[in-house]
Design a protein around this ligand. Structure first.
Ligand SMILES: *[C@@H]1O[C@H](CO)[C@@H](O)[C@H](O)[C@H]1NC(C)=O
Ligand SMILES: *[C@@H]1O[C@H](CO)[C@@H](O)[C@H](O)[C@H]1NC(C)=O
Ligand SMILES: *[C@@H]1O[C@H](CO)[C@@H](O)[C@H](O)[C@H]1NC(C)=O
Length: 134
């Protein structure tokens, strides 16, 4: 009987470990990782695309469940007062944006703001109506 008890004890303590690990995660601020657009993505001005992010590690309690997506260039937020889109559930995992009419460049990003803010990797935007800067 002894080995069985040991296995049960091990399982019991294993369960406690998993539960405590989970409660630690649940207290964390949700910092969703943007999966699209990513490095190497080329978007075209005026077109609609989905911004997608990972919701796997979302905590049970989120301080601010509503998200907004802000445009950024050169690592800086552009138009904080004019989000590309807002008021969607941060747990949705995707949201459609229309690419603003900006110059062709390769250092654009989007920032997903909810509980916290998170930059996407830099991506490119192609403006076919403007000459490509060389
Ligand atoms: C974004 O994703 C949704 C859900 O998968 C889909 O219905 C929609 O067509 C997508 N939009 C674009 C622009 O791809
Ligand atoms: C995006 O580009 C800007 C300017 O080159 C740089 O400061 C920033 O660190 C880059 N962001 C990422 C996630 O690589
Ligand atoms: C989001 O909701 C707030 C409050 O209801 C509103 O003031 C704002 O205009 C909304 N923004 C968008 C982009 O829908």
């Amino acid at each position: 009987m002894k080995p069985v008890v040991d296995v049960v004890t091990l399982l019991f303590f294993g369960l406690i470990a998993v539960v405590s690990a989970n409660s630690v995660v649940k207290r964390d601020v949700f910092v969703p990782k943007i999966t699209n657009p990513h490095l190497g993505t080329i978007l075209e001005v005026g077109q609609k695309y989905n911004v997608t992010w990972d919701t796997d590690n979302a905590p049970a309690q989120i301080t601010n469940p509503l998200g907004q997506i802000i445009f950024a260039q050169d690592g800086r937020l552009v138009g904080l007062d004019h989000p590309l889109t807002a008021n969607f559930s941060i747990l949705k995992g995707w949201e459609e944006i229309t690419v603003p009419f900006v110059e062709t460049d390769f250092d654009y990003a989007v920032v997903l703001i909810g509980d916290s803010g998170n930059f996407s990797p830099n991506f490119s935007i192609l403006n076919l109506n403007r000459p490509i800067p060389l």
